[in-house]
Design a protein around this ligand. Sequence first.
Ligand code: HAM
Length: 417
Amino acid sequence: MASVSHQPVQGMSDIASPDIALWQMIEQRARGIFARYRFSEVRTPVLEKLELFTHSLGDTTDVVTKEMYMLEDRGGRKLALRPEGTAGAVRYVASGGEESSNARIFYMGPMFRCERPQAGRKRQFHQIGVEAVGVPNPLADAEVIALQVHLLSAWGLEGAEIRLNTIGLPEDRAAVVSGLREAIRPRLHELPEEARQRFETNVLRLLDSKDPEVQKVISGVPPVIEFMSAASRAYLDTVIATLRKLEIHVEVDASLVRGLDYYVHTVWEVVHGGLGAQNALAGGGRYRIDVGGKRIDGVGFAMGVERVIAALEATGITAAQFAPPPPVFIVSLGEAALNENLLLMQMLRQRGVACEMELSARKVQAQMRRADRSGAQRVIIRGDSELEKGIFVLKNMIDGTQQEVELPELMCALEKS
Ligand code: HAM
């Protein structure tokens, strides 16, 4: 029979020990911060109706047209693996799951985008995100950014920068698009073919192009805010003033546009110098999504966990620092001791001591090698002769010393450590 490949799907990874320690630290600390800001967790399905994403993210966005994993189930229903968490979270709020005038939710989990895999870009990646729904107010935008900064510091991540911009309201869009086109038109011939098409289809996306030829043309264009209404400018001013009051530093970046259509007003990205070309740790912004006959206004962000980890590692923080405490290892000699040691191991575990032992009767040397590999700093050795005498040999693996002890002494030594 042909054997099946043990490789996961390209661009997707198994995440396990020892790396998992860093993931657990990130998730645990995030939960602590979310509790303080009164956000509660939602776990929405990984699979949603395709139309939820085409409608809310925008049916001409790259995520929808090029990256989404789409499938038809056996009943012919069109579904998609979620490429991000906002659409599902908002659908959940619209379904009546939360008060849509003030819902504060967070999520953690896998997202899927069929992009070309490269450093920092996976096909299954993980986001930790928050959405504050209702409260269409610039103070809510600032509060969510403050939460994000708090999260970064709880993780011990230094060197992250926030770039912030506004994309205004849908009512501003026509003025922004025609203003940008007017400003670019005299130099249109300098743009490469693909950019000239973008000029027609989505001129805003030219602003964040990485192509140096496009950047040269764009550098002379006025910031989008100049084409926006007074109300949209005032909104951004309040967000910036509030952040200043909260002593949160952001870089206003007129070239920042986000790749999803649901945004209105404030948008931002968190970048980190320790990452390569894919330097965005997180993306966020205020959005407006019509779902289930309701218009949902919200503001939120999502951090890419793989990128947070890469940034932490670039600053010298590693999984080893968060590894679980070493276990106590029990070595047995003889059948009777093996059975009694099983009881001892359960008793120690009940008392909060992490414990491991070899369950098949193997030579002492083999058991000691396994003890070593487990990282144990203390080993209990009990064979049939110790059993008869009612004693235990407690070995210190760091200095190699060992002593014979009775049960009360053994418990005392292990519970203290
Ligand atoms: P996004 O900018 O598309 O925004 O993704 C957020 C973050 O997810 C990115 O900054 C990045 O760290 C991570 N990410 C995205 N794609 C990949 C990938 N292929 N591989 C690894 N990491 C990736 C959103 O998803 C919005 N839903 C954010 C939001 C929430 N806006 C408002 N609320």
